[in-house]
Ligand binder design. Sequence first.
Ligand code: PLP
Length: 404
Amino acid sequence: MNFDALFTDQIDQLKADGNYRYFAELERKCGKFPRAANHVEGEKRDVTVWCSNDYLGMGQNPLTIAAMCEAVQRTGTGAGGTRNISGTNHDHLLLERELADLHGKEAALLFTSGYVSNWAALSCLGSRLENCVILSDSGNHASMIEGIRHSKAKKVIWKHNDVADLEAKLRALPANVPKIVAFESVYSMDGDICPMREIVEVAEKYGAMTYLDEVHAVGLYGPRGGGISEREGLADRITLIEGTLGKAYGVVGGYITGSAPLCDFIRSFASGFIFTTALPPAVAAAARASIMHLKTSNDERTRHQAQVAKLRAGLDRAGIPHMMNESHIVPVMIKDPVKTRMLADYLMQEWDIYVQPINYPTVPKGTERLRFTPSPLHTDADIDHLVAALSHLWKQCAVSHAVA
Ligand code: PLP
């Protein structure tokens, strides 16, 4: 059988639909964020990155770098094994204590990424809690969807951020089955924030456990960076808070936090925790330094919000429609994969602006967009440059101006 032909057929279909993914070959430059070099056919060119999830630039913060370098010198490069067999290092446990404290929980458990933490925790909970039903927000991330699917538990999807629908679905379930309400705080592509208090109250009313993904909020919201649950004073009412170390904290890795029995349960049964090499201790040390810094420093968060507001105001002045939300994510809807790609290419080639076109399956077909993520390190001049570029493009191209 010609397997390559089978692969190519599907790739060709992606290309025909305009959904084929081209990756920019970036070379990040330490201390220069959001500037990076873009490699194209052997040439290097400086660009300004406008779509990074290193939301606060902590990946190049001197404290994070120093902690990683110190730990590499002290412990070497790798963890030396799975957490079970020789891979649990002191730095992992220090980080887990830091994370438990961040969310005001008894315990925390580290994973190799946020994706793996969702996949492993939801798979484990859904498969081991007898007759468990998982009620999943329709906008949940692929990592949660895949974890739930793998658990083979009964899944009930509720309308995105619709608490009345969630309540109707909870009410319809037998009282005595374990129920898990799975949702996110900040949704990554639309940037909308969930009605957390109402969700928690409904879940409590029906005795359901709450599973909250704070991946796009940790480090960014709340007085110590504990996310929307901290900002809203709700962390102690949420059963499990999941997060990443790879976005606002600027490193890599994922985690869950919750009660000691909950974390011990996942530690003991989740295959995605047990059967993989632990994160390098130096990664854990860097993440811990980043979290500790953002627990006490509000400067990054304040400037972050200021730059987000400036970009929104600039877009408004230029008449460029963007999706309104209360977060730091600024989506400009294009609603066509080919046009989105074309605009992104043009921004890169003519204006040295890098923004990745967002297409299916990251977002539903027909909602393709440019997703801008200003950071505290984007200057006012960077914002003016981006707005000028987009204004120029808007005048040139017949882009749909309607915003969903
Ligand atoms: N959860 C959400 C909502 C995400 O958007 C992402 C990644 O973008 C993840 C989880 C996975 O986190 P990580 O990038 O650390 O694997």
